[in-house]
Design a protein around this ligand. Structure first.
Ligand SMILES: [Zn+2]
Ligand SMILES: [Zn+2]
Length: 501
């Protein structure tokens, strides 16, 4: 089916880029504590408070403590609290052995607020310490810094959380939702329209069977504290920190940071989009341009993308499918494809943009419609964001729970998956394989550089594979596959394999 101009064959064939499917799997590594505080509590300390000072250096934005002591079996009890260099930061008594405090979120029992350098104190209360018992305590202290990914989940239950699920796989999620912390609303017990509590959205996402979510309230960071409280309960689902930077010139989700980020684009604080991107890079986060095909103006403030001279090299992701438009006339897909044709490798994702905590698929913008499906090394924040950045992603546009594709390219005995780059000199044959699940009755199209053409007949079986070849002309191309239902509506939007990018 080759459609490129066939040139003289050259021998050089190379493969570059990450190959997620075949890369060695490495779960988040054990993190070393920044400080280890040790001591002994004896009967002399009974019914008193022991202060254990430690120094928080400048540049720290998050303090996590993991506390253990010996002598439980002899009825030794040590309660736990925290003072920062100025004030009381919380008391968990004997109910938690690990906690985190940061500017905008803290483990329940603790108070979010500025993390200032200086001498902080662990506060140890001793309600019970029988005579003759020496209780040895160890407090591991971890400092988080701006832009640091801690490896598993910012909101995990422990000071050093592991992945929500180990091992590589395809994970399904929704990366765009609103609740009471911005303009989400639902019906109260008494029948009124009220700001919709965040837990309703999270319950719905879980009932919908999603593996990961990002709650993306407009501009604020107030939702992170509640997410930290919910994450240990909903411990089969990964919570990715998110917010929707909402400006007069466009909306963009930022994934992976919990620090405040100034959204006042064109003000003296954030004069240009490049200044906003500087913030994004400082925090080591992903930025996604949202619903770029929407109208903009009085009808919907900044909904379409109108930033002049956007530096797309610094933009990682485009929300090509938004729950409000899917593949309709306001789709973001043409905007995304234009970027690819310009030579940028932006990953296409989807987001429901849900505002009412409903996952009923009959509703527009139901949670999980669309679903972003990601091939990651494990179900952790670091791995999922890395996989999105790498483009190891397809969008399940209608939000089924089980439709899937795997699209790979082979050159010279090596393989690449969606999002990867293949170098193929002129005349080199590139072999593509498309494996599909639960797409019987659908039509497939191959999309090269934005131009779609049918790929074979209607899909007949629940599990089906198609193969085709293209011969490289040595130039830059991108090749993706989309799947459509019998009525022509898009079911699956695939990210491309990139040739010679
Ligand atoms: Zn928006
Ligand atoms: Zn939104």
């Amino acid at each position: 089916m080759g459609s490129w101009i066939l040139r003289k064959a050259v021998a050089s064939v190379a493969l570059v880029g990450t190959i997620g499917l075949w890369a060695a799997k490495v779960d988040a590594q054990e993190r070393k504590p920044d400080l280890v505080l040790k001591g002994t509590i004896t009967e002399a300390n009974r019914e008193s408070y022991v202060e254990v000072p430690f120094t928080v250096p400048a540049g720290v934005v998050r303090v996590s403590v993991d506390f253990h002591y010996t002598g439980h079996e002899k009825k030794a009890t040590i309660d736990l609290g925290l003072l920062d260099n100025e004030r009381f930061r919380g008391w968990s008594g004997g109910n938690k052995s690990a906690f985190t405090v940061s500017a905008n979120d803290a483990t329940p029992s603790y108070v979010p607020g500025p993390v200032k350098a200086g001498v902080w104190k662990l506060l140890l209360g001793v309600p019970s310490m029988p005579a003759g018992v020496n209780s040895e305590y160890v407090a591991k202290v971890y400092f988080g810094r701006a832009g640091e990914r801690i490896g598993a989940s910012t909101f995990g239950a422990e000071a050093v959380p592991g992945p929500v699920r180990s091992g590589p796989g395809w994970f399904r999620g929704d990366l765009h939702m609103h609740d009471a912390h911005s303009d989400g609303s639902c019906t109260s017990e008494g029948g009124k329209k009220v700001p919709c509590p965040l837990f309703k959205t999270v319950e719905a996402a879980r009932a919908r069977g999603l593996d990961f979510i990002a709650i993306t309230d407009h501009n604020t960071v107030s939702h992170f504290n509640e997410v930290r409280e919910l994450a240990p309960y909903f411990d089969r689902m990964l919570f990715i920190p998110g917010r929707e930077i909402t400006t007069f010139q466009g909306h963009a989700n930022v994934f992976g940071a919990t620090e405040f980020m100034d959204f006042r684009l064109t003000s003296k604080y954030v004069p240009t989009f490049d200044d906003l991107l500087n913030e994004v890079e400082k925090e080591n986060t992903l930025i996604s341009i949202n619903h770029p095909g929407s109208p903009t103006g009085a009808e919907c403030m900044g909904c379409g993308w109108s930033v002049k001279n956007t530096d797309f090299k610094r933009v990682h992701v485009i929300e090509a499918v938004n729950g409000g438009s899917l593949d309709g006339p306001q789709s973001g897909i043409p905007f995304w494809q234009k970027r690819l044709n310009e030579g940028f490798r932006e990953t296409a994702i989807g987001g429901s943009d849900n505002h009412n905590a409903s996952y009923d698929p009959q509703h527009e913008s139901a949670i999980g419609k669309p679903t972003t499906v990601v091939y990651a090394e494990n179900l952790s924040e670091e791995a999922v964001l890395k996989a999105i950045r790498a483009g190891h992603v397809f969008v399940d546009v209608q939000g089924s729970r089980d439709r899937s594709i795997e699209f790979t390219a082979t050159v010279g005995g090596q393989k690449a998956m969606m999002g990867d780059v293949v170098k193929a000199g002129a005349g080199t044959k590139v072999h593509f394989v498309l494996a599909m699940t639960n797409l019987a009755g659908a039509h497939i199209e191959e999309v090269m550089d934005g131009v779609a053409k049918p790929l074979g007949d209607v899909v007949k079986d629940a599990s089906e594979t198609r193969q085709f070849d293209e011969t490289s002309d040595g130039k830059r191309h991108w090749i993706a596959v989309n799947v459509r239902g019998q009525d022509g509506h898009l079911l699956i939007l695939g990210n491309p394999v990139y040739l010679n990018f």
